[in-house]
Design a protein. Sequence first.
Length: 262
Amino acid sequence: MIQLKLRPQIPATLKSKQVKQIKRQIAEKIAKGEVITSEDFPSHWRKDDIKKTLWEYHNRKCCYCERKRDLKRESDVEHFRPKAAVTEDKEHDGYWWLAYEWDNYFFSCKLCNQEYKKNHFPLLPEGKRAYKADDNLSEEKSILIHPTDENPEKFIGFDWQHAKGVLVKAVGLDDNYRGHKTANELTGINDPVIMRERAEIIPELQGIAQILIFAKFQNNQTLIKEYSQKIKQETAVHKEFAGFRRAFFRAWGLYEYIENEE
């Protein structure tokens, strides 16, 4: 999981008369005290100008586990704040006013969204949950790490030393356990399939690290230039499991060559 850059412009679908009408209808039902369900939310977020834009914005990867996904296969548009219900608060109607808000959408794989995230949106103990459109969302203190507003690499690290190369497990780095819960409870980051897929790239990364360290020891400028460039390429934002790749090279003390390293 890595931090995403500024979001593209709002797609035309979300500014259409049809979507504006749906938003008014939902608001009217809420004002009348009527119960809303998923059926009140036509899935306009699946239209190409939304889903394809998100897919490209996310470098064709799930925003959580960072697996490459096809646009039309094993992929979803994920509502960061769930639209019609909140698992952790049975009295909550869901963040219905955000159902068609561009900033509440992310591209994810079906595994992360449908098997793990679902309608979960837990808060830290000091958080104050928003129940209506004019409530302050910044006071909620979400446990789930936000892929745009926060840098997930400060919350989630990786352990591959204790699994003999078979698995690469994401581990939490923060004292509030947000990284741990994001990786283990709220997304598929630590699904066994994904942990194995991350482990498969270790031999290639290790080979690059070993050659660069040897080249630095020998002061071989040609190899240093070549393999420092390889690390930059291997840790670029578009690469699958970029968060793990960066953590791997940091563990080898090769910070300076990592793409976008602060």
